[in-house]
Design a binder for this molecule. Sequence first.
Ligand code: COS
Length: 407
Amino acid sequence: MATGALVKSTKLCLYTLHGAKATASQCRTFTTQLTDQQQSIQDLCRRFSKKNLRPNASKLDLAGRFPFDEIKKLTDLGLMGANVDEEYGGLGLDYLSLAIAVEELSRGCASTGMIVSIHNFLYANLVNEKGTEEQKEQFLRDFTKGSIGCFSLSEPGAGSDAASINTKAIQDGDYWVLKGKKSWVSSAIEGSATTVFATFDPDLRHKGIACFLVPLDAEGVFRGKKEPIIGVRAVTACDLTLEDVRIPKSYMVGEPGDGFKIAMEQLDQGRIGIAAHAVGIAQAALDTAINYAKERVAFGKSLTRLPSVKDRLTDMSILVETARLLTYRAATNVSTKNSAMAKYVSGRNAAAVADHCVQILGGRGLSTDYDAERHFRDARGTQIYGGVTDIQKRLIGHYLLKENDAL
Ligand code: COS
């Protein structure tokens, strides 16, 4: 099928699905059975990924080039507003549908999957769920139609310890003035707006943080150079310097002091996105390993018939499936513990599966002519961005003890 026809038919398919939508806020009992709608999203994104993403993934990665054409097609399919309410141009799908989409897209191109994940889980869903009508008009409607949104929390001096951010918010009448530096802001080079978390009183720690929506063309916003990262190289992350950026007070999400809670709640969602992204990368590494093992002959037979390789492929498959189950559970029953556990396991498993994949390809596993080394590089970051593994473990331990009245 020609690309145009595929896009047209898949778009129709999504709109049909939308007629019977389940909203993101609907929380269902976890079951391994996908609904017809979720199954259709999976089929659609799997086909899209295979046809439109996988063929160019290596080229985009090596060039470190943002996937403009691919994101445009995904926008046309509605997937850049997957959970957003219909009245703002979104598809109103549930979180699991978005997680499945991110997984399938990441399977074809990890960078594209990550861009979709961050835009939806960390930006569009925040505005959709917490923004005022006025904020949604300005910071959401166009963001389901092609504008890209970002999430700015981390700073050069504050990553895991998010409550210690140092970007200042100073009130000046009906305006707030923001000054400071944000780091690792994904898609900021192409993006049109970002959330900014800033402190209006550092002595209050997390209670002194507010969340703002900031147009990236506002006076005083300066983008840094693209970070030269080892994986997901088509994602353009950079610093954002805020030099006396003056914004109306109506751009604040919630009340002063709500910012930390907003950031944490959004990260609970964002971690589901990263977990799904990691599952997609792990599945891609398993695909690559199986395809190679089927073709490659050693000791007079196909690699798949060697017990050591079969054992490795079996381990890989178990790692992928366990990560997927935890991710789907987290997307169905969103909680800090479920999303931390999904992210922790999926990131760790993706790194292990990608390592097995390199090993099965042997010398070719080290070559950029093959996909294995890209999966290996792409997998590594999933244990870092969205909150490092150590933080996920701390969260899981905290809630485990809390649930057992053992804190
Ligand atoms: N949802 C809602 N509220 C939350 C929350 C969540 N997931 N997590 C914490 N809070 C609230 C707490 O309930 C507490 O509120 P009260 O003061 O009303 O009791 C407040 O926030 C402070 O919580 P806590 O004491 O646990 O905060 P800490 O400073 O100890 O930080 C961690 C907690 C480490 C979990 C947090 O800083 C974090 O997630 N760090 C990682 C950041 C990250 O992932 N960065 C990458 C971003 S990608 S750009």
